[in-house]
Design a protein around this ligand. Structure first.
Ligand SMILES: Nc1c(C(=O)O)ncn1[C@@H]1O[C@H](COP(=O)(O)O)[C@@H](O)[C@H]1O
Length: 161
């Protein structure tokens, strides 16, 4: 069976953020591939990744990038496979630059944009799993269990730290 989730990122330096998505998918038993693909630095790689995404069996693409984060939007323009965008936190502008670059897509080519940074990457993994769970009852059960476990771990009252 082909891998259904692609995690792509603009640079090696994004991996520390994007591996939060990978770890969630590992926990949920969802296979994925992880690749460095940059609209700016490797445009041909972006083009062929987008062009072959459907035929390779990808169902969802998680795309993380920082700064002038054109990768998620460019990928969404090249394939109809749903793209979940993760704005990577930057030093210069704290990731607001990444967020604004990803979120304001023109009508017709959507990117499902997550929060800035690690929480956004983890949520991208959960969102991808939720999309696949629509047609995978075993995964749906694992995702429900994961969510219940998280809820159960939240204390009712705060404690001094
Ligand atoms: N935003 C993009 C794209 C793109 O959108 O195609 N390619 C690389 N980058 C970003 O440049 C930042 C700095 O990269 P380096 O750390 O390699 O200098 C990374 O956060 C990457 O996502």
């Amino acid at each position: 069976m082909s891998v259904k989730v692609g995690i792509i990122m603009g640079s090696q330096s994004d991996w520390s953020t994007m591996k939060e998505a990978a770890e969630i998918l590992d926990e949920l038993g969802v296979e994925y591939e992880a690749k460095i693909v940059s609209a700016h630095r490797t445009p041909d790689r972006l083009w062929s990744y987008g062009k072959t995404a459907v035929e390779r069996g990808l169902h969802v693409i998680i795309a993380g990038a920082g700064g002038a984060a054109h990768l998620p939007g460019m990928m969404a323009s090249k394939t109809r496979v749903p793209v979940i965008g993760v704005p990577v936190q930057t030093r210069a502008l704290s990731g607001v630059d990444s967020l604004y670059s990803i979120v304001q897509m023109p009508k017709g080519f959507p990117v499902a944009t997550m929060a800035i940074g690690a929480a956004g990457a983890a949520n991208a993994g959960l969102m991808a799993a939720g999309i696949l769970a629509v047609s995978d009852a075993d995964l749906a059960k694992r995702l429900d269990d994961w969510r219940e476990k998280l809820s159960a771990s939240i204390k009712e009252e705060p404690e001094d730290e």
